[in-house]
Design a protein around this ligand. Sequence first.
Ligand code: RTP
Ligand code: MG
Length: 141
Amino acid sequence: MAIETTLSILKPDAIEKNIIGKIIAKFEEKGLTPVGLRMVHLSEREAGEFYAVHAERPFFGELVEFMTRGPVVVMALRGEDAVNRNREIMGATNPADADAGTIRAEFATSIGENTVHGSDSVENAEIEVNFFFSGTNLFSR
Ligand code: RTP
Ligand code: MG
């Protein structure tokens, strides 16, 4: 299987709950390695641009408000099949549907405040990693 790099965001609820370390541990335990990592407080414009694909959805305003209410951790994760593996470790969008042991099952509050973002395809992973990181600030082990 191919080595991929994908984007993870620990959303404002994760930072508020003081569980950055617990979440990163889950990724590391399951074979994904952070190769880029920083904290950022997104502006409305940045959050709107990042989630532009959802601009017409009824929850868009709520999503932008949530994503800008406090800082987030943005992280590039690398490993075998990283895009799919990240999504598996996160669990379903709605924590009520997420499998036991996933981040969202364990920590998320609701479908809106669901603790983590993960790129949903190899193509989007490249776009999303580039949104936050240039090639020169990614680091391999
Ligand atoms: P994400 O993009 O954040 O990784 O989440 P996802 O792929 O699992 O879900 P997606 O359909 O892309 O939705 C993006 C984010 O929008 C919020 N949302 N709220 N209130 C609602 O019905 C609703 N639906 C989606 C969530 O924060 C979701 O993660
Ligand atoms: Mg998504």
